[in-house]
Design a protein around this ligand. Structure first.
Ligand code: TYD
Length: 143
């Protein structure tokens, strides 16, 4: 089940008296080569972002400043909420996980690392369609 692969990651830190330094290397600290980064800031507290799943992209989300929450659903009735509030931790999201990002603090900067370049065709933006796809996969015994 995909939701089981969702996990918090803790990144190595090499801070010293000059300040903090956090390292995130592809295939080392995150389980994929990083092809894309984007970041989200200036979202109001009552905004819900995401609301999609991806057929291909894996993601790691890091609140490098401020905080937010991520709710993940596997489409089979399981869901979990994670708080992103430390710059040296992130959440890993494999393919085919429904995600909502919300509760953004005023100073939230949510950095997202992705295994793929942007392709709108691999985004599933309809929850019913997502449920249909994961149910079909589960029934056919696909991983
Ligand atoms: P969207 O996926 O709705 O953002 P979020 O997941 O944070 O809710 O993306 C907003 C817009 O930006 C949408 O028109 C697609 C575009 N976009 C890109 O062109 N490239 C990207 O890498 C991303 C993440 C979004």
């Amino acid at each position: 089940m995909n939701e089981n692969n969702v996990k918090m990651l803790e990144f190595p830190q090499r801070g010293d008296e000059r300040g903090h330094l956090v390292i995130v290397e592809g295939m080392k600290d995150v389980p994929f080569e990083i092809k894309r980064i984007f970041y989200i800031y200036g979202s109001d507290t009552d905004v819900v972002r995401g609301q999609h799943a991806n057929k291909k992209s894996q993601f790691v989300l890091i609140n490098v400043a401020g905080k937010s929450k991520v709710k993940v659903k596997d489409g089979l009735g399981n869901e979990a909420v994670f708080s992103l509030n430390r710059p040296h931790t992130g959440i890993y999201l494999p393919q085919m996980v429904w995600k909502d990002m919300y509760d953004f603090s005023d100073d939230s900067v949510l950095l997202v690392l992705s295994s793929e370049h942007y392709d709108s065709d691999e985004y599933i933006r309809d929850y019913a369609e997502f449920v249909k796809l994961v149910t079909r996969k589960t029934q056919s015994g696909e991983k």
